[in-house]
Structure formats: C-alpha cells, structure tokens
Design a protein around this ligand. Sequence first.
Ligand SMILES: [Zn+2]
Length: 156
Amino acid sequence: MNYTEDQYDVFEKRMHETYPAMFGKPYGGFAVGAGWWPIIEALCGQIQHHINWANETRERLLKDNPYKNRIPDAVPQVTVDQIKEKFGGLRFYYTGGDDMIDGMVRMAESWAARHCEECGRPGRSRGGGWIRTLCDEHEAERQEQMKKRFGNATDL
Ligand SMILES: [Zn+2]
C-alpha cells in the first residue's frame, strides 16, 4: 500500500486500529514523509506478528510440554516511543521486544535509507543543508525550491 502526504489521517487511523497495543501512549505521530509509511506499516506488522506468535507458542508449551525449563521467556509487547527522520534516516524508537525485533527495526531503518522519503522509490542520501534520502526526481524538486529560496548563487 502506497500513500501520499494528504492521506496522513487515513494512515494514522489504520495504524492505531490495527496495532492498538503498539500505539497506546503519546509518541509524537509519524513524523516522516509518506514514502516511508509503507516501511513502518510492514515493520509494525512483522513486530506484532512475532510477539503474538512467540507468546502463543509459549502459552501452548506451558500447558502441554513437560520440559518446562526449555520454555522461552515471553516477548514484552512493543510500544512506540517516537518515529522520526534524523540525518536523512528513519529512526524508530520503542520499548519492549527482543533481539529479533531489534533486527527487524534495523532492517527497516536500512531499507528507508535507500528509499525516497517522499515517494518510496529507490533513493539515496542527499547532502546540502538538511540531509534527506530522496529519489532523483524529488532531489531535483528540492534543488529547485532551494534555488527559489536562496537564489542561484547558493550552491547547496
Ligand atoms: Zn521520490
């Protein structure tokens, strides 16, 4: 599912309804461009699936398995603390989870670092003032806007 900036309310509502346990406390909203929203959506889906699966499996083992010493710990529910852009990269701060979820978050952040924050197409880090991850088209747009704002003399 792809989004545009004007669909923020739709995206936010969908996330809060689908993952109420993850978004139960103030976290400051999805403070990144729409190109990264599908990455966040996929990440949250994988996180909640892993928590549910691990904890359901554990419950079943507690009931049926005589080797209770081999039953893994429960995975603490993930709650989102903050989602933002920093130095052109996605930052997903959270509480709870386990090593698997830590790996998922790192994967999502490294995926975002290679995809345009505006549209989600392949992109890369662009310097000059505020560092952003953008595709060629949106980088050209940004350069145009900077020219308008600061004049041609500024080679940002
Ligand atoms: Zn783009």
